[in-house]
Design a protein around this ligand. Sequence first.
Ligand code: IPM
Ligand code: MG
Length: 369
Amino acid sequence: METSTLKIAVLAGDGIGPEVMAEAGKVLQAVAAQDGFTLDLKEGLVGGIAIDQAGKALPAETLRLCEESEAILFGSVGGPKWEALPAQEQPERGALLPLRKHFHLYANLRPAVCYAELVSASPLRPDLVAGGFEILCIRELTGGLYFGQPRYTRQENGELVAVDTMVYHESEIRRIAELAFRIARRRGKGLVSVDKANVLDNSLLWRKVVREVGQQHFPEVELKHLLVDNAAMQFIRYPRSFDVVVTENLFGDILSDELAMMTGSIGMLPSASLGAQREAGRQFGLFEPSGGSAPDIAGKGVANPIAQILSGAMMLRHGFGLDSSAAKIEQAVRKAIRDGLRTGDIWSEGTARVSTREMGDAIVRNLGA
Ligand code: IPM
Ligand code: MG
């Protein structure tokens, strides 16, 4: 892409968010300087810190900043301090879900990468993960039980009744299926669609639409359907036989945590939540680590910044079509791992324990190396 200024809303949030975000900012600016584009990183308040300083988890000013930006680089939100608040006001439900809905971020990409050098961090038996694995979980993010109406808790016949509703429109399934097929076609290893078609009407529709999209537009991509309970089992039994997995919102929430844990290093995993395409190669999105705010280690300078840094890489690739700059960051991260640098979460005997900042600095040095 020609030199241009990319406007990014940077929402570091709570816990380890600010410290890992500082490293991501450094890496992104270094890549921008090398590759001839300009990043305008503007910070906004979100989460618990926003509750403390501006009265709510997603202040209007932050939303405006996001609207005026071309991408959101998100840290993490939440912590014990805000857990006593009503659910709707807490950082997660008060900021993250509204952001997803407001910007129609319907596609959540969660790559679960188990690096060959880190297979010993995986809780799975070594022979199952030998050589590492790479599974991309694509989760529908704005439909299903998270947002369906009606939704309430009320008294009925002398007891409380809670209702959540699972709703999927054909168009919602179609657009996530198309995206999943496009990505699967590029990677060339097929697509697994996960549902509960033996029980749910939602899943019958899901399966029908996914099958149609495949037959009509992606006949060359091998498509398999798995029931969600079976998928949960197959992942841990045959991790290396999966590549791209697509599923609805709640199943994706659960399975993506399973996949993340299987890699053994949640501090390494980025994610992208994407909305509609604005122009060829450019998509508005929110890019954030898969892990949380880790309040227990916040402020100590020991958190792993790699998930945040790789979220920046996903932003360059999916948000702006800057594939080679993204790949450069990913290679710099791999080199740091190959060189034996480890933050506490992935440290093992015989490797060098480094701080958040030292890891960030090493990755900057590795850029283009
Ligand atoms: C996630 C999280 C969120 C979700 C929570 C914090 C609302 O678990 O991004 O996976 O359930 O989507
Ligand atoms: Mg989750």
